[in-house]
Write a protein that binds this ligand. Structure first.
Ligand code: DCP
Ligand code: MG
Ligand code: MN
Length: 336
């Protein structure tokens, strides 16, 4: 779906999309990007379909659903499941790739390479694989990092970071974005965005904040510390709240200038799929949307931008939707 739909629809065909998702995920982990993308497109189309699909013919009429996919839809409608899922997703190779993809820093390519080298368990990776620094952290903390974070704990992490930040610079604006802001019950990580309404006081925060959080032992491992991303500073790492029995949790922090607050919070709230749709729509309208801002009057040749266009003032997320001719969608309505 190129155009983000303006209101949330009930997912009437989740029994179908759930089965197809399993295939898409497995193909992705097998690096069969082409096939994974085909399924992903069909899944989006089926999700946006406003009625419960009851026949093969009906499925076939949905754009993005071809004959072979319609057969699969029919099989799910009739039997509630897909035999191909067992075939493709439940073999030894698929299970091993899934296991290896759980290592932070390992994508489908690496997982496949490890499998080809004969590794089958995490212990094989520990003892025999050549690991990058990220993968070493991902493997050491494998168990913790593969457990999702309950909302309540994400809120505790937020409070911890917020209070540390406010101890350094007053009147900061601190927001948790990502799946948390979209209202999910559990989160893969905590995504925090920090800015300062005066337009410049955010500049002195990034390094002192990180060194404070390290000193207290809250940050346990650094993954990425990126300062050259235009005016935005980005930290990806691992934290752990003080106290007994706490798990290591993934934490992302971005610090942005106030002028970029709206495009940044929109980007960082996601979902990734929603962001892709919004950027695609902007492109079709001769604009360009990023976490830094919305630009109009972009001339393109194929995919290449021939000019920088003109930055428009976007003080709020609402204003970005308006510029794109869309109705506002609150965060909990931005999953697709
Ligand atoms: N993002 C994006 N494209 C990516 C990665 C991220 O647009 N390739 C944006 C949208 C995401 C946001 O950044 O919602 C945060 O990224 P996360 O990976 O933390 O994703 P979520 O918070 O949405 O989900 P999770 O619960 O898995 O963390
Ligand atoms: Mg997240
Ligand atoms: Mn994140």
């Amino acid at each position: 779906c190129a155009r983000p739909s303006s209101s949330k629809k009930k997912d009437l065909n989740s029994h179908i999309t759930t089965e197809l998702e399993k295939l898409a995920t497995t193909y992705k982990s097998k690096n069969d990007t082409w096939r994974a993308l085909g399924y992903q497109k069909a899944i989006s189309a089926i999700r946006n379909y406003p009625r419960e699909i009851s026949t093969r013919e009906e499925a076939l009429k949905i754009p993005g659903v071809g004959a072979r996919l319609a057969d699969k839809v029919a099989e799910i409608i009739e039997s509630g499941r897909l035999r191909k899922v067992a075939e493709v997703c439940e073999g030894e190779e698929a299970e091993t790739l899934k296991l290896f993809m759980g290592v932070w820093g390992a994508g489908p390519h690496t997982a496949q390479a490890w499998y080809t080298q004969g590794f089958r368990t995490l212990d094989d990776l520990f003892t025999k694989a050549t690991l990058t620094r990220h993968q070493e952290i991902g493997l050491r903390l494998y168990k913790d990092l593969n457990i999702r974070i309950p909302r309540t704990e994400a809120a505790e992490i937020e409070t911890y970071v917020r209070e540390t930040a406010l101890g350094l610079v007053g009147d900061l604006k601190v927001e948790v974005c990502g799946s948390y802001r979209r209202g999910k019950a559990t989160c893969g990580d905590v995504d925090m965005l920090i800015t300062h309404p005066d337009g410049h006081s955010h500049e002195n925060l990034f390094r002192p904040l990180l060194s404070h959080l390290r000193q207290t032992g809250f940050l346990t491992d650094d993954l990425v510390c990126q300062e050259d991303n235009g005016n935005q500073q980005k930290y990806l790492g691992v934290c752990r709240l003080p106290g007994k029995d706490r798990l290591h949790r993934r934490l992302d922090i971005i610090v942005v200038p106030y002028a970029e607050f709206a495009p940044a919070i929109m980007y960082f709230t996601g979902s990734a799929h929603f962001n892709r749709s919004m950027r695609l729509l902007a492109t079709k309208m001769g604009m360009s949307l990023s976490e830094h801002g919305l630009r109009v009057g972009i001339v393109r040749q194929g995919r290449e931008k021939l000019n920088d266009g003109v930055l428009v003032d976007t003080p709020t997320e609402e204003s970005i939707f308006t510029h794109l001719g869309l109705q506002y969608r609150p965060p909990h309505d931005r999953d697709h």
